[in-house]
Design a protein around this ligand. Sequence first.
Ligand code: FPP
Length: 254
Amino acid sequence: MSWKDKIDIKRLPQHVAIIMDGNGRWAKKRGKLRTFGHNHGVTSVRETAEAAAELGIKYLTLYAFSTENWNRPRAEVNALMKLLVRTIHKESKTLHDNKIRLLAIGELEALTKKTQKELQEAINDTAHHERMAMVLALSYSSRWELTQAAKELAKDVATNKISLQQVDQELFESYLTTSAFPDPELLIRTSGEYRISNFLLWQIAYSELYFTPKFWPEFRKEDFYEAIVDFQNRERRFGKISEQIIKEKDENEN
Ligand code: FPP
């Protein structure tokens, strides 16, 4: 029996975020260069995007390149940039076939000109698709995002565009790069590491966290389904107690 058969389609998360980790270690275990792992990670991106779109998930956010990744050896950074360009170009069929809209968050100006161009073209070409949005986090880190948001907010207060009294959580959220998306209900990290690594720190306040020992290049549709089933078996309490959640559920069902 597939994990897919165990999924309750009525209780899907709207937004799933993934920290794709373990490309380098997966390649090393095979006596290959780290870039071999990144290349193979593309298959996992395709499989996961298809699985998510087919199920009916609305947003899939992938941590593809962090602010800190700029500190890797130059050859690896260059290879990753080239891979991004190639993948975005080559996978445009996958995006169209599955009616997926591509979006990106992060300090995109820091990417190579070629990457920016390819990315922007794919964003424009897929803008009309409504089945699912695939959000690539590129040159992204949460502390970068929060600092940017604080700066913009401070500027708007200083120029009287908004008053200090107006500042609340909702308004602050509108300054984040993810302001157009709901928060992820589920965050998946591959490769057996138990860390968040500066990813969506504000947005995952109430997310369920799922860690799998599989390296990203090994991650397939079945693994994604398994994570969804695990998510559906959890009780999300949002600070309340179990009895309140059960009562609310009964009231909603009647
Ligand atoms: C983490 O593995 C992975 C990355 C830094 C890059 C992710 C990129 C891809 C999967 C390819 C292209 C993706 C898209 C969305 C077009 P790691 O290198 O940190 O592995 P390690 O922890 O074993 O060293």
